[in-house]
Design a protein around this ligand. Structure first.
Ligand SMILES: [Zn+2]
Length: 383
């Protein structure tokens, strides 16, 4: 008979996939090593799920750690690993022997989860991060308005240049970049990505994972890639000067580059790129084609009109929808920027040239009844 801890964990992860959970948080109740608490993040909110008690609680944690090959002893620094889950394993007959169970599981589709072990003041905490979706959605499937999609296709129509994705953590930037990479790539092209970490395996892309400890940093990987004959490159995130410079230079040299950056809106992202790269604005503007800013806004559950029902577990919420702002770098914008225009002047110019702001895109979602003003304020703050 298979160990209860294994079947319990497989069921939890299966349920998490079904309910579009993004993260599973596991931690022991303070001073009680035999009570494991579970909270899951769904549509941005943390909800508690029934935990597990007794010796099984410890067995669950041991299994996660050994499968992901992390922290055999007490950790005092955070660690990361990859945890392989077999979709539907929670439904395997529990009366099978462990070997039979493993054989049955091996025939099921595989999903890679990322495990993060965090040392907190109350002990170790474990976070399992689920891949957002099994298949990379196409560019036209991720919720861009028709006008934004058209702008984006124009930006990607150039033979070279940089397109940035901006927004805070958890705004769906990675999903958008994967879709963009899918749009730009193809078997005939040399397509690379440098990511920290690789969140989803992609077909026809050479994905390279950053490993800071092993000296595989964004800058060091980019230094080697520069010498290769690449046509399309995704840089997971620009967060230091050398990476910013590489993104600019590789795109000027003839590749299409996409990357992400933390910034509140598209104009702020342009300024952040210039500051971060330490390069002259003229050089940066030579490389940059445009910026996509985005947020995720909670979607009202249609069936109950957001009042809460059994299906949405009383939350009134049915996942989240993205809102976007696509800035196209025009010669006028470029000139205004290099001549020292203020952020306000640049934003005004961008709007005059047809940019729909995040707030305007949110308006589209409000009019269609997909979301409500409270959720928009939650995502964008008060104007
Ligand atoms: Zn409902």
């Amino acid at each position: 008979m298979t160990e209860p801890a294994i079947t319990w964990l497989d069921r939890v992860i299966d349920k998490a996939f079904q309910e579009k959970v993004s993260d599973i948080h596991l931690e022991f109740v303070e001073d009680d090593p035999f009570r494991l608490l579970i909270r899951v993040r769904r549509a941005g909110d943390l909800l508690e799920w029934p935990g597990i008690q007794g010796p099984h609680a410890r067995a669950v944690v041991s299994r996660i750690k050994s499968l992901a090959d992390v922290g055999s002893g007490n950790v005092n620094k955070s660690e990361e690993g990859r945890y392989v889950h077999r979709a539907g394993a929670g439904g395997i007959d529990v009366n099978l022997t462990p070997t039979q169970y493993d054989q049955a599981a091996a025939r099921l589709p595989r999903f890679d989860l990322r495990l993060v072990v965090l040392p907190t003041i109350r002990g170790e905490k474990y976070v399992l991060r689920l891949p957002s979706i099994a298949r990379t959605p196409r560019l036209n499937e991720i919720g861009f308005s028709d006008a934004n999609l058209q702008s984006l296709r124009r930006l990607f129509g150039y033979a070279n240049g940089l397109v940035l994705f901006a927004g805070p953590v958890g705004a769906g930037k990675t999903t958008s970049m994967y879709s963009a990479l899918d749009y730009l790539g193809g078997k005939q092209k040399a397509v690379y990505s440098v990511e920290d970490p690789v969140e989803r395996a992609l077909a026809d892309v050479d994905q390279i994972e950053v490993k800071e400890g092993a000296g595989n940093t964004f800058p060091s990987i980019l230094r080697s890639l520069r010498r290769s004959d690449l046509q399309v490159l995704m840089i997971g995130e620009i967060r230091d000067e050398e990476t910013a410079q590489s993104a600019v230079e590789i795109s000027i040299a003839g590749a299409r580059v996409i990357s992400s950056l933390h910034a509140n809106d598209s104009v702020a992202a342009v300024e952040a790129l210039i500051t971060l790269s330490g390069a002259k604005p003229q050089q940066v503007m030579q490389s940059l084609r445009g910026v996509v800013s985005q947020r995720l806004v909670k979607r009202v559950h249609r069936a109950c009109g957001g009042r809460g029902c059994e299906q949405c577990r009383g939350t009134g919420i049915d996942g989240r929808v993205p809102i976007h702002e696509v800035l196209t770098i025009t010669p006028e914008f470029s000139q205004a920027l290099t001549q020292g225009a203020t952020r306000y002047q640049l934003q005004t110019l961008a709007r005059q040239q047809g940019m729909q702001t995040l707030r305007q895109d949110a308006e589209r979602r409000l009019q269609s009844g997909e979301t409500n003003p409270r959720y928009v304020t939650e995502a964008l703050g008060i104007e």
